[in-house]
Write a protein that binds this ligand. Structure first.
Ligand SMILES: C[S@@+](CC[C@H](N)C(=O)[O-])C[C@H]1O[C@@H](n2cnc3c(N)ncnc32)[C@H](O)[C@@H]1O
Length: 215
């Protein structure tokens, strides 16, 4: 069966896309104190302008995205020259200091992740169905070195709507359960319910634990 996200991109059903960098990124990224020059992994990146914002803060960015439309639209909207090559089964497109790896995030492995030192997940975890979220949290932990930090913007749905999705309702308890084995978590902010949808975004800071860093 075709991944439902590919159909969404083909049909232009991308209500999740924002036409400006996410306020939570602008507000909370500086507090993580990730040094400029640190490469930031952006899993399930879509064509998010958050990647350009991160690049402007001096970070090389590595986005991973399944949908060719997302990648091509991002590059076209950037308007800068693009270089393309294939690596490890991915089509990699580089524009300025942003590289987009087109393919399945679960096929992206540690050998390709050598330089990554931080991450940013907005609407990646919550794009995945329950069983896949466990796999994602574990996979992310494999790609991120001890001490690396990241921001996670998750989402809850209005009471009574929790079974719908995507985007999926992911409670605070589930975020803790998924990530606590490998990350230290701090809930930074609980957003207000969005008018109409009732979606609430929650912002978390995560730090990858080292082997001696007890839960
Ligand atoms: C809810 S959107 C969020 C996009 C982006 N983070 C943003 O904030 O606009 C989720 C994205 O994940 C992509 N996606 C879904 N499954 C994926 C997978 N297994 N590997 C890579 N990308 C995937 C979809 O195509 C979609 O663009």
């Amino acid at each position: 069966m075709e991944n439902a996200w590919l159909a969404r991109w083909r049909e232009g059903r991308i209500g999740f896309h924002r036409d400006a960098p996410h306020p939570a990124l602008r507000r909370h990224w500086p507090g993580l104190a990730v040094p400029a020059g640190t490469k930031v992994l952006v899993p399930l990146c879509g064509k998010s302008l958050d990647m350009r914002w991160l690049a402007r803060q001096g970070h090389p960015v590595l986005g991973i995205e399944l949908a060719p439309e997302a990648v091509e639209q991002f590059l076209a909207e950037g308007g800068e020259p693009v270089s393309r090559y294939r690596q490890a089964g991915f089509e990699v497109c580089r524009q300025g200091s942003v590289e987009l790896w087109r393919g399945d995030v679960f096929h992206f492995h540690i050998e390709q992740a050598a330089e990554i030192g931080a991450f940013y997940d907005r609407a990646a975890l919550i794009a995945l169905p329950p069983a896949t979220r466990q796999r994602y949290a574990f996979h992310l932990a494999q790609l991120i070195p001890p001490g690396a930090r990241g921001l996670l913007v998750a989402l809850t749905r209005a009471p009574g709507e929790e079974q719908a999705g995507p985007p999926f309702h992911v409670s605070e308890a589930e975020v803790r359960e998924l990530f606590a084995p490998n990350f230290r978590l701090t809930l930074l902010a609980r957003g207000e319910p969005e008018a109409g949808s009732g979606f609430r975004e929650h912002v978390w800071a995560l730090v990858r634990r080292g082997p001696l860093d007890e839960a």
